[in-house]
Design a protein around this ligand. Structure first.
Ligand SMILES: [Zn+2]
Length: 177
């Protein structure tokens, strides 16, 4: 299971807080038992934009083990998607550009991911639109006025980042792209 730490917008912020040991998972996500055991970290090469020598990699993701239900939980910062290479920040730029009808090729020239990757992100955002919209309208009622995909996401991303929006969806049990 996965816990996403809110309000961590960058890898630098995450690393600084990690030095202060401020990420402890207070309760098991499965059974609620307090103080699950820190069960090591796994590295992710999440920083794909810094030059060599300035890279923040490896980004260490904490894993917890619960002695009550014997399950493990991971703790991710909000800026980092669960199953993808690129930060939400990059995906947000790509999705906004493609929704504004820039072609996948043109978008891929502006940012690092390939045309194929960007088309996959956009397809997933389209597939999940209704579920994402319903969840986010529960938090921001005014978003309900925006009917179409493009209109909705433009309005939503003017209020919160894609990472924050996806964390809200994750908490509500909606799968994030
Ligand atoms: Zn447990």
């Amino acid at each position: 299971m996965l816990h996403i730490l809110s309000d961590i917008m960058s890898l630098m912020q995450y690393k600084q807080l990690q030095k202060l040991n401020q990420h402890r998972l207070e309760r098991c996500l499965c059974c609620g038992l307090p103080n699950p055991w820190l069960h090591g970290c796994y590295p992710r090469k999440a920083d794909r934009s810094s030059n060599q020598g300035e890279s923040l990699n490896p980004i260490l993701i904490q894993r917890y083990y619960c002695p009550g239900c014997q399950k493990t939980c991971s703790v991710l910062p909000e800026c980092l998607p669960p199953h993808r290479w690129y930060l939400w920040e990059i995906q947000q730029i790509a999705i906004m550009l493609t929704l504004k009808e820039a072609s996948f090729n043109a978008t891929a020239k502006e940012i690092a991911p390939s045309r194929h990757t960007i088309s996959r992100w956009t397809a997933r955002i389209k597939e999940q639109f209704k579920l994402h919209k319903d969840t986010l309208c529960g938090h921001f009622i005014d978003l309900g006025r925006h009917i179409g995909l493009c209109d909705f996401w433009q309005a939503c991303l003017s209020i919160i980042s894609l990472g924050a929006a996806m964390r809200l969806c994750h908490v509500a049990g909606v799968s994030v792209p």
